[in-house]
Design a protein around this ligand. Sequence first.
Ligand code: NDP
Length: 291
Amino acid sequence: MTAKIIDGKAAAAEVRADVAAGVEARVKAGKSRPGLATVLVGENPASQVYVHMKQKACAEVGIESFGHVLPETATQEEVEDLVRKLNEDPQVNGILVQLPLPKGMDEEKVLNAISIEKDVDGFHPLNIGRLAQKGRTPQFVPCTPDGVMYLLKKNLPTLEGVEAVVLGRSNIVGMPVALLLVEANATVTICHSRTKNLPEVVRKADVLVAAVGRAEMVKGDWIKPGAVVIDVGTNRVDDATKKRGYRLVGDVAFDEAKEVAGAITPVPGGVGPMTIAMLLRNTLRSAEMAG
Ligand code: NDP
């Protein structure tokens, strides 16, 4: 059996097109153009690339972006002051503080300073707390987990009663994905570095979400035949045949797993493109909620 390959690029393009249409309709109706403020502290090259990608994606769907760059030497107070200023700015509907922040800075305090109405990354403790409570709706769902759920819902008739296994329990991926799956009435097992008999646990999964950050750790014979596999892992492995000297692989051994799974995301081209698409969608939603 060869799995259906889940095309994250196509799904992301679909979301972006919806957002672009939503922005256009809003502006035509005389309402404000949605705006996203990015806050970059320091000169981390990967963070610079991510911020640039987000700004470019905003431009493509008609969302205004406001780039703020602070030096590596900025104080905690300066970063929080900027966030508070952006909270008050009516042109700004979403605030994205690019993580990680420079060493020594209290990340939680900075995220806490973001107004919950503008927390388009969904990392504010109140948003995560609401996600964990029955009957409460978070203002925003974190973007990568939201993208995972989008792909799952597109590829499964229902998640109700489905055996789901989430590999990883991080604040940004594993835990919110698990909470969203519970909300969708799946039966969820969360695995982490202390889980015993991992292959056995994974073999029970009708839905497997892998977010561990270990290159090709999940082998083909860990996968239940027909399972839907969403691979969030993005890992660099050395590859002398590539110009840049490495290639990206997921947490799942794709070539083996695709022979067993019913559907699987590739890396790259699976979950990756969904994250920014969901950020754009959250920014438009925020503008719509603001009026
Ligand atoms: P973290 O390092 O924060 O978390 C990894 C999790 O995996 C932890 O819960 C850890 O367990 C668990 N883990 C680590 N090793 C093992 C193991 N051998 N067996 C079982 N569990 C293990 O990673 P993130 O959640 O931030 O990211 C995970 C992956 O997803 C990375 O490859 C990252 O690059 C990628 N990613 C991709 C995104 C995208 O596509 N847009 C966005 C964000 C992340 P414990 O808690 O016990 O330490």
